[in-house]
Ligand binder design. Structure first.
Ligand SMILES: *[C@@H]1O[C@H](CO)[C@@H](O)[C@H](O)[C@H]1NC(C)=O
Ligand SMILES: [Cu+2]
Length: 477
């Protein structure tokens, strides 16, 4: 879809092969289970901007990205301590296009932050309460920058949720920072958020140590070492790279409770097909020709909403709805089969068909030291911030950020080994996998804004490898 726009816009001749689309978070997996492309994820609805960097470190969009203040309908359940996998794509609806997740020039760091919110649809993502749970920059062991590792892992990044998170709604924020042109156009931040309902062992809110709780925007200064590091002049083996932001905070605690109840953002049980945050419901019963066509109209009206709400990560599920539901009903009405719908209430298509094929094996949370989720108190927070006590907290507990290395927060594979998903993705938690087509999705009428031709910060022409002196109209790469 995007390449079509690119070519018809006549931009392609010079830059197409060099241009990149930067990167975007498209998909979340919970304990290896694919929640579906776009499901529970806040991303820009504009396919030409969704992969762009944030326009500046003080923008409110630093919190959850462009349009990141807008909630999506679904919030994914995830137990405290579970393994999450985030999938990133350079082209939002095609995980294998380009370099996969990001152009390899985009050296820098990757971090995950959380923020507990009282209301997942109305609480503001910008402001205080954010804490980091994972980060990686340059790994001096493998001598790899995080972006290269992400490419090797086909854009799939796994990390664990701290075991001591209280039950509640959270925004999980992905931050990919590219510093390949800090001396020119500046650092590039790629930010998105996933909406989560975490079932934990306690209720209430978290007391975050003051030195580990940050406000976004506001947690960065343009002079931070992680934003001024010159990758062309410095060797990270001798001059360690410092990851921006606070040290990680990983509250520990007992296992998750089972009676935690999610009330908002629940995927309806009557959902017979899902695309991102849209769900299809069964059409009305029909017993004569007139009712049959009414059911058909209902189907096509739902399809219209599907396409209108499909995010840049794709509309594969809409096409499945058309071909396997609406077209079938139309055929039934025409042929006099006026009793239906056929397969009433049953899921339409296979789960995998509604998302792009998963490009690789979903990694476990990886090698590295066992994480130490620190015991913390929750609920109520103590004023003054430092109720963190018991010697486990703050400094010296092994949770400080390693400036030059992969963050130590990752658990060992002994407890959370690689999660192998079938070659074919599944979408909803309860559904078995089944074969998926790999055909291209026809361009869908989902664009909510006209194509932005190289517009905005970090336009699609902005990331040419090694072309540091190239300046775009707005002066950023
Ligand atoms: C969140 O806000 C929405 C919209 O005002 C409301 O319907 C919902 O009940 C709220 N949820 C909670 C948990 O308060
Ligand atoms: Cu870029």
């Amino acid at each position: 879809m995007r390449s079509k726009i690119l070519f018809t816009a006549g931009l392609a001749t010079t830059f197409a092969s060099l241009a990149t689309a930067h990167t975007v978070l498209t998909t979340v997996f919970v304990n290896g289970v694919n929640q579906g492309d776009g499901t529970c994820i806040r991303m820009s609805t504009n396919p030409d901007r969704a992969t762009f960097p944030i326009e500046g470190i003080n923008s409110p969009n630093m919190a959850c990205g462009l349009e990141g203040a807008n909630p999506v309908a679904f919030t994914c359940p995830a137990p405290a301590g579970s393994t999450l996998t985030f999938a990133f794509r350079e082209w939002a609806d095609e995980p294998t296009k380009g370099a996969g997740p990001i152009d390899p020039s985009h050296i820098g760091s990757i971090a995950i932050y959380l923020k507990q919110v009282s209301n997942i649809s109305t609480s503001s993502p910008s402001g205080g309460g954010w804490f980091k749970i994972y980060s990686s920059g340059y790994d001096s062991g493998s001598k790899e920058w995080s972006a290269r590792k992400l490419i090797a892992d086909k854009g799939l990044l796994s990390f664990s949720l701290p075991s001591g998170l209280p039950t509640g709604y959270y925004l999980a924020r992905s931050e990919i920072l590219a510093i390949h042109d800090v001396s020119g156009s500046g650092p590039q931040f790629f930010v998105n958020c996933a909406q989560l309902f975490v079932s934990g062992s306690t209720s209430g809110s978290l007391s975050i140590p003051s030195d580990k709780s940050v406000s976004i925007p506001g947690y960065l200064s343009s002079s931070d070492p992680g934003l001024t590091y010159n990758i062309y002049e410095s060797n990270p083996d001798s001059k360690p790279y410092t990851i921006v932001g606070p040290a990680s905070f990983r509250p520990g605690g007992a296992g998750p409770s089972t009676n935690a109840k999610q009330t908002d953002g629940v995927i309806p049980s009557g959902c017979i097909l899902k695309n991102a945050n849209w769900c299809a419901r069964e059409v009305p019963d029909y017993t004569n020709e007139n009712e049959c066509w009414k059911a058909s109209d209902d189907c096509w009206a739902q399809l219209d909403v599907c396409y209108k709400t499909a995010p840049p990560s794709g509309s594969r599920g809409c096409r499945v709805w058309q071909e396997k539901k609406c077209d079938v009903i139309v055929e039934a009405c025409r042929s006099g089969e006026w009793k239906g719908p056929r397969n009433k209430g049953q899921k339409v298509g296979s789960e995998g068909e509604s998302s792009a094929p998963v490009p690789g094996r979903v990694p476990g949370v990886g090698a590295g030291p066992e994480p130490v989720d620190e015991p913390v108190k929750v609920d109520p927070p103590v004023q003054g911030g430092d109720d963190y006590g018991n010697g486990g907290g703050g400094e010296g507990s092994g949770e400080e950020e390693d400036d030059d290395d992969v963050d130590v927060d990752v658990p060992a594979p002994t407890t959370r080994g690689a999660v192998v998903v079938p070659p074919v993705p599944t979408t909803l938690v309860t559904r078995p996998a089944s074969p998926v087509t790999t055909e291209e999705v026809v361009a869908a009428p989902v664009t909510t804004a006209p194509p932005v031709q190289g517009g905005g910060p970090g336009g699609k022409k902005g990331c040419k490898k090694g072309k540091k002196n190239y300046k775009r109209r707005l002066g950023r790469d």
